[in-house]
Design a protein around this ligand. Structure first.
Ligand SMILES: C[S@@+](CC[C@H](N)C(=O)[O-])C[C@H]1O[C@@H](n2cnc3c(N)ncnc32)[C@H](O)[C@@H]1O
Length: 265
């Protein structure tokens, strides 16, 4: 199926394993993606219940196809999570990808945080009394050789104590955010406000990844594009997005979101 007309972005309704080999080698600056986690999530058409061995084999094949299209100085941000019944899976996966990529950073995406007597953000409650609620997911930053220069201050935060700016020899009121990123979901009251998709990420997550990579007008790929969040983020960060999504309903949602953003611009 040809790519949908989505302004400067390309959105393909296809299996990424079929589509990725058609993209030119070393043509992508940043990959930001959240694949199916193999946790039995109720997607519209994709069956999220492979055997663990099949899932890891499949993801290794996808990762090899992604390595081919990634530029040597590119960044691949892989968002995955485990569950109470599958706690090892994200770690099994990242070890499996070790022959293909260097693990340059491991960012923890914090969805909800509790301070002394306050809590901010949302999470899916875990039933029973054995497990804590899962308030975080993994965001693995993979590169070809572990030596990609980043623009850390592009996602920096102001110093709390301004005297640290001069005292520590900084030139700007910005310090590195570190590797725990608090990115809460916006509050919603129905599934339709989440685009009727069971596993979207908030748009700030791909935006921060693209900014951190630090290239002007980057080519940004999401091989599991879902509702197009990464493509929207690419547009907002001045880049060009390439999305691949197997489910035609999600492709239609992504196309609509992109059209609404273009109209609003
Ligand atoms: C976790 S969701 C991604 C959601 C996305 N980050 C968003 O914010 O909308 C994973 C997506 O991968 C899609 N998918 C599953 N297998 C695929 C394949 N072989 N090729 C392309 N997309 C696939 C699923 O339909 C699902 O929409």
């Amino acid at each position: 199926m040809p790519a949908a007309a989505t302004g400067r972005h390309a959105l393909h309704c296809a299996d990424c394993l079929d589509l990725l080999p058609t993209l030119p080698e070393a043509s992508v600056d940043v990959i930001v993606t959240s694949p199916p986690y193999n946790l039995g999530i109720g997607y519209s058409s994709y069956d999220d219940r492979k055997s663990e061995a099949d899932y890891l084999d499949w993801m290794a094949r996808v990762a090899a196809a992604l390595r081919r299209v990634l530029r040597p100085d590119g960044s691949f941000f892989l968002n995955v999570s485990g569950s109470s019944s599958q706690p090892w899976l994200p770690f099994e996966l990242i070890v499996r990808l070790r022959p293909l990529f260097a693990l340059q950073n491991h960012i923890v995406w914090v969805k909800s945080i509790a301070t002394a007597d306050d809590a901010v953000g949302h999470f899916k409650p875990v039933p029973g009394e054995r497990f804590l609620h899962r308030n975080h997911e993994h965001l693995f930053h993979l590169t070809q050789h572990g030596d990609v220069r980043l623009d850390r201050l592009a996602v920096g935060v102001p110093f709390k104590d301004k005297s640290n700016i001069a005292r520590r020899g900084h030139t700007r009121d910005l310090r590195c955010r570190g590797d725990t990123w608090f990115v809460p979901y916006p509050t919603v009251r129905s599934r339709t406000q989440k685009f009727s998709h069971p596993g979207t990420f908030p748009i700030d997550l791909p935006r921060w990844c693209i900014r951190l990579h630090g290239k002007i007008a980057p080519v940004v790929l999401d091989p599991f594009a879902g509702t197009g969040t990464t493509l929207l983020a690419a547009g907002l960060e001045g880049g060009r997005g390439i999305g691949i999504e197997i489910d035609p309903d999600y492709v239609a949602t992504a196309r609509q979101r992109l059209a609404e953003t273009t109209e609003a611009a």
